[in-house]
Design a protein around this ligand. Structure first.
Ligand code: BJW
Ligand code: ZN
Length: 252
């Protein structure tokens, strides 16, 4: 695809040949972050409405913090799980799932733990930072889908502490998920970067992998980010508005 370094205020600024290129793509990757779910009522991490204006990441999203104060970390995850459980996929998630009807291969690579891509109907998903709906015992590695909500610090039958199956700072990403995501990023012809500040690694490195592979990069975000400089197009606006606008062009 041809490279064009311009910022667009809306999807409508994509020109005819960009739209044709999107329609003709064989493999599109959607790489999503917390902004993807913001319109479903789930707070992002950074920025003015981010959770980390209220909570410090180093206090909550790492294993040492969990071992020091599992009750506090569990309180945070139960609070967020409750919001996520009641959230519904937004127009952006639904548009991504709808792309599956038009493009031979769609891959979703998400940093989100909220399961909303799956609930929207997307099939081929790599979850880089885990899933809040799974938990496991840190001692015997038994998995638990449900934990007793009323118990402050959930424990396994073996006596070990149960933790959410999410990736904290300093922890490795699930190898199979990252490997699959890397392959998709190195093979796709179009790579959408949606609603991420792109500051957390190694997830953000996938954008560079896609760029290196010659994919056309389209960013969708409400503001400029760390990776805007390498995007071929930066569409400034909400994911829940821009992605359905792109999809609408498929029916014209
Ligand atoms: C909208 C919108 C709308 C709003 N529409 N847009 C290389 C260099 C420097 C540091 C490192 C490095 N490699 C590794 C590191 C360390 C660290 C790291 O990256 N640190 C940086 C922050 C400095 N990485 C790690 O520790 C990772 N592990 C690792 O590297 O393992 C190897 C290793 C092992 C042992 C020793 C040493 C190395 C693990 C990272 C795990 C991240 N975990 C979290 C928590 C997950 C669980 C949970 O949810 O509780 O993942 S942190 C948090 O950040 C979460 C997110 O997935 C992740 C990314 O955030 P995201 O999604 O980008 O959200 P925001 O809030 O930042 O951005 C939202 C965006 O949306 C904004 O741009 C808005 O504008 C936009 N937006 N509304 C469109 N409607
Ligand atoms: Zn156990």
């Amino acid at each position: 695809m041809e490279r064009k370094d311009i910022f667009c205020n809306s999807m409508l600024d994509l020109n005819k040949s960009d739209i044709e290129s999107i329609k003709c793509a064989n493999h599109i990757v959607f790489f999503s972050g917390a902004g993807m779910s913001a319109e479903s009522g789930i707070a992002t991490f950074r920025g003015k409405d981010g959770i980390w204006n209220k909570f410090k990441p180093e206090e909550l999203a790492n294993f040492d913090a969990f071992m020091k104060n599992p009750g506090m970390v569990w309180e945070w995850y139960k609070y967020r799980h409750d919001i996520i459980r009641h959230a519904i996929p937004n127009e952006g998630h639904l548009a991504i799932a709808e792309f599956q009807k038009y493009i031979p291969k769609i891959t979703v690579i998400t940093q989100n733990i909220d399961n909303l891509h799956k609930r929207a109907g997307s099939k081929n998903i790599f979850e880089l930072h885990g899933n809040i709906e799974r938990n496991y015992c840190i001692k015997c590695k038994t998995f638990y889908n449900d934990i007793e909500e009323k118990v402050d610090i959930p424990k396994c039958k073996c006596g070990g502490l149960i933790r959410p199956d999410v990736v904290w700072f300093g922890e490795y990403l699930p190898e199979d998920q990252f490997k699959g995501a890397e392959i998709a990023a190195s093979e796709c012809d179009l790579f959408f970067v949606v609603g991420t500040s792109a500051v957390v690694y190694p997830a953000a490195s996938l954008i560079y992998t896609a760029k290196h592979n010659g994919s056309f990069i389209i960013e969708v975000n409400i503001e400029e980010t760390e990776i805007s400089f390498l995007a071929d197009k930066s569409l400034i606006g909400k994911a829940g508005k821009i992605l359905p606008e792109i999809l609408e062009k498929f029916n014209e």
